[in-house]
Design a binder for this molecule. Structure first.
Ligand code: GRF
Length: 210
């Protein structure tokens, strides 16, 4: 049984999908906590409605960065969290959390990293850049989080084509659908011990029927 904490700042569609998935797999996983920096984002609204515990950590409530870190660390301990899933979290994860949860934090990025990753590449910026660069394909990347933004070990990537009549808006919708599908798939591998380490590289165990 694994206890999960989701970090989210936005609409929360990935959070909602993962929450529903967790309900169907309640023998293996439970979402104990949502961490957000935005008091009234979609993710927090959903947590309230569904009685999922959440904490808000931002500069208004905790002007000192150290206090933000402490609040998060203490909550993760209190809720006995095993894995953290970043689902559209726009803040930097405090370094102590990254160190304490080495290879236990997942992130999803809406492009084929290392392309269109790093500073400034979030939300629609990513899809705009993909369109402007006339890429023929884009996709999603799921990776473990380390201290280097968008550069942690990649677990899984899946591509989709970029069509001639695509714009950033259309593309973002297709990529988001792909995010929902792939994030659940990888979390399912995780809770079923199908992600193994080959040195510094995470690999998905081959013999698995999904
Ligand atoms: C997703 O595109 C995710 O990859 C990015 O932010 C978006 C979050 O969407 N980091 P949602 O809040 O899960 O709907």
């Amino acid at each position: 049984m694994f206890n999960f904490c989701i970090f989210a700042s936005g609409a929360g569609s990935n959070f909602i999908e993962i929450y529903r998935f967790s309900k169907k797999n309640s023998n293996k996983m439970k979402i104990n906590l949502l961490v957000s920096d935005k008091v009234d984002c979609g993710a927090v609204k959903y947590a309230k409605k569904n009685e999922i515990d959440y904490i808000i950590v931002n500069v208004n409530l905790f002007p000192n960065a150290k206090d933000q870190e402490t609040r998060i660390i203490e909550s993760l301990k209190f809720y006995k969290i095993n894995y953290i899933v970043l689902a559209g979290y726009i803040k930097k994860v405090p370094i102590k959390v990254i160190n304490d949860f080495k290879n236990k934090i997942l992130n999803i990025h809406p492009s084929l990293l290392p392309k269109f990753g790093g500073k400034g590449f979030y939300g629609m910026n990513v899809h705009n850049a993909v369109i402007q660069s006339k890429e023929s394909k884009t996709g999603v990347t799921i990776h473990f989080v380390n201290k280097d933004y968008d550069k942690g070990p990649i677990i899984y990537q899946e591509e989709i084509p970029v069509y001639a009549n695509d714009n950033a808006e259309k593309l973002s919708k297709r990529v988001l659908r792909l995010e929902h599908k792939t994030y659940k798939k990888i979390i399912s591998y995780l809770i079923n011990d199908k992600i193994i380490w080959n040195g510094n590289k995470p690999e998905i165990r081959k013999i698995y029927n999904d």
